[in-house]
Design a protein around this ligand. Structure first.
Ligand SMILES: C[S@@+](CC[C@H](N)C(=O)[O-])C[C@H]1O[C@@H](n2cnc3c(N)ncnc32)[C@H](O)[C@@H]1O
Length: 384
């Protein structure tokens, strides 16, 4: 039994969608873990980790069944080179972290004259990517499954420093402006463009700082973007130039316009876009609650906001319908407001999709953090 294990970060549902879009043979074996049968070489793991936005660790499957014994662990540590420490990530209940297994493994190694440090998780029962990379640790993966326990070891962790540089190192970054995290942008671009993005055309009509466009561009797609704000268009321009300069490949053109999203078809050839991927304008982000969250008094205001947003999004879908290829994808984040026990969403947009020339394929897929003032959910629709 050979294969790779993919451990997801903070948005496991979205991360699994991303993996399936690139490799439909993947199977989810745990809320945070998927298994892909086949080749499990370090080289394969390196290629995958460089491509995915939502996977934080990639491991090699070693066995499935009973919890491994300390002798098994110690023989893997003994047979592995290039590690200064070892540790264990347990994907079950924190209370059942098999601390004894790690300790006994260390004792066996010490008995063989190998004094290897072991790491324990700081928080919960999982070693972080940062700890694994910084301490050069061999990380065992133990995942409770239907057949007992899946046992593996980490081959690659997400290059957190490179992702952070992508986020904060770009010339135009304004964390307060509601920028999408680049990892989330990478996930949705992968979902929309699939395994072969090179040469495909992607449009973001609410491009903001160009986070989605830069991720698509760095995967080899041709990108088109629009925004009503001059500032946003020039930020996208700078961020695309920055990414283009870093890829080292021949610079390909991109297309940016200052234009309303409901009129972008005036600037784009008909039926030329493979995928629209966008996080549109979502209205005000602060309400009457102490943390800016909506309260009962905001109900009337929110109903009006939702009415306005529905009109905007429906106008967009009507316009984009002329530029998206038949069978092309629209992946859009839509807002949702939580008011006590009620949720107010832009329901009309989804209800009207068929009439506007689209079929709803998937959604909603949760991505915002639970405490967000305006929740976001992704929907995927396909052009008839
Ligand atoms: C949520 S932000 C997009 C953020 C973007 N995903 C990023 O990571 O930077 C929405 C953007 O939509 C723009 N916008 C607002 N109304 C618009 C409209 N009617 N047409 C086009 N752009 C609009 C705003 O200027 C803003 O840059």
């Amino acid at each position: 039994m050979k294969g790779l294990l993919f451990v997801f970060g903070r948005t496991p549902d979205l991360s699994f969608f991303e993996l399936c879009a690139l490799s439909p043979a993947s199977k989810r074996i745990h809320e945070r873990v998927a298994y892909l049968p086949g080749e499990s070489s370090p080289e394969k793991a390196r290629q995958w980790i460089a491509r995915l936005g939502g996977t934080v660790k990639i491991g090699e499957l070693l066995d499935e069944g009973k919890l491994p014994d300390p002798e098994t662990l110690s023989s893997v540590v003994s047979g592995s080179a290039g590690y200064d420490a070892f540790g264990l990530s347990w994907y079950g209940d924190d209370a059942h972290y098999p601390r004894d297994l790690v300790r006994k493994c260390k004792e066996i190694l010490a008995g063989e004259g190998r004094h290897v440090r072991y790491l324990l998780p700081h928080d919960g029962s999982v070693l972080s990517s940062v700890a694994i990379a910084k301490q050069h640790a061999l990380d065992f993966l133990l995942i409770p499954s239907d057949a007992g326990v899946v046992f593996g070891r980490t081959l690659e962790v997400q290059p957190f420093e490179a992702w952070s540089a992508r986020d904060y190192g770009r010339p135009s970054a304004d964390p307060k402006s509601g920028m999408l995290p680049p990892k989330v942008a990478r996930m949705i671009v992968n979902i929309a463009l699939g395994p072969n993005p090179q040469g495909k055309t992607l449009l973001d009509p609410f491009c903001g700082m160009g986070t989605i466009l830069t991720e698509a561009y760095s995967l080899g797609a041709d990108v088109w973007g629009g925004d009503t704000s001059d500032q946003a268009v020039s930020a996208s321009e700078q961020n695309l130039a920055y990414i283009a300069g870093r890829t080292g490949a021949v610079r390909r053109p991109w297309h940016l316009f200052r234009i309303d999203a409901t009129h972008i078809s005036e600037r784009i050839p008909p039926r030329s876009i493979d995928a629209v991927v966008t996080e549109p304008y979502m209205g005000p982000t602060s309400f009457g609650g102490r943390t800016g969250a909506p309260v009962e008094n905001d109900a009337g205001r929110i109903k009006n906001i939702v009415k306005g947003l529905e009109k905007l999004y429906i106008g967009c879908l009507r316009d984009w319908q002329t530029v998206v290829k038949s069978g092309g994808t629209v992946l859009i984040a839509l807002p949702e407001y939580v008011l006590g026990a009620h949720t107010i969403s832009v329901k009309k947009v989804i209800d009207k999709c068929e009439m506007l020339g689209y079929t709803v394929v998937t959604g909603p897929i949760e991505y915002s953090r639970p405490q967000a003032v305006v929740r976001r959910k992704f929907y995927i629709v396909r052009r008839h």
